[in-house]
Design a protein around this ligand. Structure first.
Ligand code: F6R
Length: 617
């Protein structure tokens, strides 16, 4: 939520405006209500900000270009406090015009702070909590004369969550940033340095980065990066390499990021599997700070996640319970946190998250940690908060996911969760290593199967064209097909703004079948006929809805002719073992949602009201 960039270039560098605008384009997926830029030039701050998409800001800058400079900050906003207007857009300038700041998060005590400022005659001109911070910074700067010191004084007064990035008129070449409960990463360049809300902000310019810890701040200058805690203790932290391919963050010839990311799915699965097997046949995790003896003793796994990531957890439950004989609960992170979950030292909490910054998931793992649980995170974004705060990390190698609706992260999350299941099964002696190898071999076949499905995208696009005017679509699945049905419905809701519901197929007759009337579109995810009992039950569901006039669209395996009699259309997927089915059966549903939204002329990459990374609770 909210994309932030700060840039400090060398004396001869005049390209700060270009750097920041390019970063904002890469960060726009984080929020697109408004965008803004501020520069320091000739002892003054100049800033331009516009409500609406980044293009609005770019058009304005075309008309009124900014002077060349080496110091700039920028912001793309997902509104929390105050509607998306020019005035509420970031950066926010202080009352004296000497400091400006961009912010991601919520300053919870902004009301009280605003009252304090009012007593000193300082009245805000926007409705945001951020503007209050700008005024506090200016007051502190007037006292100390040093932007870093002013930031340290200011953050001590703030409650809530924030990434703040500030520049001052009298400090060209200096950008100061601070973080609490919101993301911030430092990019290390050659004679230039960056801060950003994630590595996408600077990955086209440098792949060297440093993670920022909780309650830490950083001062970047062209030739130096200095990190300290909010109480002034210097922090010396090793850098890491961002292994994202820069090209992965551009559309690569596709009309939309989402379409490109759907096409990235075979490599997302392949790359997540890559290098996981050691020569001795054991599975490797990326960062394991949990003693293996603890993992042998765990008696329960709780998956915490939100949205699509939670559905990946639902899928994984079926495999992990089957392979490891450990009970797995899947819980929406925001629900987990606010009830009284039964968690002990023997519980392994698995957080699944693409961004690694989802606040609901972060709060859930902190809560679980307080109860003594061990935390293992399945994360896509290096340097993210959840990766850092977990006891172990298994990275999905999906590369940057830019489209707001998650696609390749989902298949990579399932793949990674399966690796985790196999690792635990091997460690705890539930599976012999040759059995694990057999499963891994099957997993290695999945990228090609996913590619086969994508190659037939035109069939599903034709179906979507035909269904442009539908107002409601139901999705049914059983076993691992159930979370796939939920994901299919979510994709359609968020992209095409159509009412869509996913159901466990067996649940239908307990109520939802009342929704089925003549012509009602129903997607049915049909399991492999090589699981005859499961297949037969889903066939019954197919007959039930078909008998009530539904227009049934089946996702079924090649050669499964049993569906032909009742289905209005059948989209074929390759023969695949039951537990791996979701990796192929979800793909036509993603393509369907994309195609329907495109038919309706909607913005596929940036659906209304949504943001990519939800960093508020
Ligand atoms: C749906 C979608 C969201 C995210 C959810 C969790 O397409 O993208 O439902 O899956 O907000 O986000 P992460 O995985 O970043 O924690």
């Amino acid at each position: 939520m909210c994309g932030i960039i700060g840039y400090a270039g060398g004396e001869n560098s005049a390209r700060a405006v270009d750097v920041v605008l390019e970063s904002l384009a890469r960060l726009e997926y984080r929020g697109y209500d408004s965008a803004g830029i501020a520069i320091v030039a000739d002892g003054e701050i100049v800033q331009v900000k516009k409500a609406g998409k980044l293009q609005g800001l770019l058009d304005e800058l075309d008309k009124h270009p900014l002077p060349p400079t080496s110091t700039a900050i920028g912001h793309t906003r997902w509104a929390t406090h105050g509607s998306p207007t020019d005035a509420n857009a970031h950066p926010h300038m202080s009352f004296d015009g000497r400091v400006t700041v961009v912010h991601n998060g919520i300053v919870e005590n902004h009301g009280e702070l605003a009252r304090g400022l009012a007593e000193r005659g300082i009245q805000p001109i926007s409705e945001t909590d951020t503007e209050i911070v700008a005024h506090l910074l200016a007051l502190a700067l007037a006292d100390t004369g040093d932007l870093t010191e002013a930031m340290r004084m200011t953050v001590r007064e703030l409650e809530g969550s924030f990434t703040l990035v500030a520049v001052a008129a009298d400090s060209p070449g200096t950008v100061v940033a601070a973080r609490r409960n919101a993301p911030l990463v430092v990019g290390l360049g050659d004679g230039e340095n960056f801060v950003g809300s994630d590595v996408a902000a600077f990955v086209s310019r440098t792949q060297r980065a440093i993670e920022m810890g909780q309650d830490e701040m950083v001062t970047i200058r062209p030739d130096s990066v200095s990190i300290q805690t909010f109480d002034g203790t210097p922090v010396d932290r090793a850098e890491f390499h961002v292994d994202w391919n820069v090209d992965a963050a551009v559309k690569g010839g596709f009309d939309t990021f989402m379409e490109k990311e759907i096409h990235d799915q075979p490599s997302a699965v392949r790359d997540t599997l890559l290098g996981r097997m050691s020569p001795s046949g054991s599975l490797q995790l990326d960062e394991l700070r949990i003693d293996e003896s603890i993992l042998r003793r765990i008696d329960k796994i709780i998956v915490v996640a939100c949205g699509t990531a939670a559905y990946a957890g639902h899928v994984a439950k079926y495999a992990v319970e089957h392979w490891c004989r450990i009970p797995v609960e899947v819980e929406l992170a925001h629900e987990f946190r606010y009830r009284d979950p039964v968690v002990s030292e023997k519980t392994l909490v698995v957080a699944i998250t693409q961004s690694g910054e989802t606040m609901d998931t972060l709060m859930a793992i902190r809560h679980a940690k307080d109860q003594g649980a061990k935390i293992l995170a399945i994360v896509n974004t290096h340097g993210s908060t959840i990766a850092r705060e977990s006891d172990a990390v298994l990275y999905t190698h999906a590369g940057p996911e830019v489209a707001v609706a998650s696609t390749k992260a989902f298949v990579a999350q399932i793949t990674a969760a399966y690796l985790l299941g196999l690792y635990l099964a091997q460690l705890r002696g539930n599976k012999y290593s040759d059995e694990v190898v057999t499963y891994l071999d099957e997993l290695m076949k999945m990228p090609d199967r996913v590619a086969e499905v994508i190659a037939r995208a035109d069939e599903i696009k034709a179906l979507a064209r035909d269904m442009k005017d539908v107002t409601s679509v139901l999705f049914l699945g059983r076993h691992v097909g159930y979370p796939v049905a939920l994901e299919g419905a979510l994709k359609l809701k968020e992209l095409a703004y159509i009412h869509a519901e996913g159901f466990a197929a067996g649940e239908l007759k307990h109520g939802p079948i009342a929704l089925v009337e003549d012509g009602q579109p129903v997607f049915l995810i049909v399991p492999t006929p090589r699981r005859p009992l499961l297949h037969a039950k889903v066939m019954s569901n197919l007959r039930e809805v078909s008998a009530r006039g539904a227009r049934v669209l089946c996702i079924a395996e090649e050669g499964d002719t049993a569906v032909d009699e009742f289905a209005h259309a059948v989209f074929r997927i390759p023969e695949t073992p039951t537990l791996l089915h979701p990796l192929v059966s979800v793909v036509p549903l993603q393509i369907f949602a994309l195609a329907l939204a495109t038919e309706k002329g909607l913005n596929v990459d940036q659906p209304r009201n949504l943001a990519k990374s939800v960093t508020v609770e």
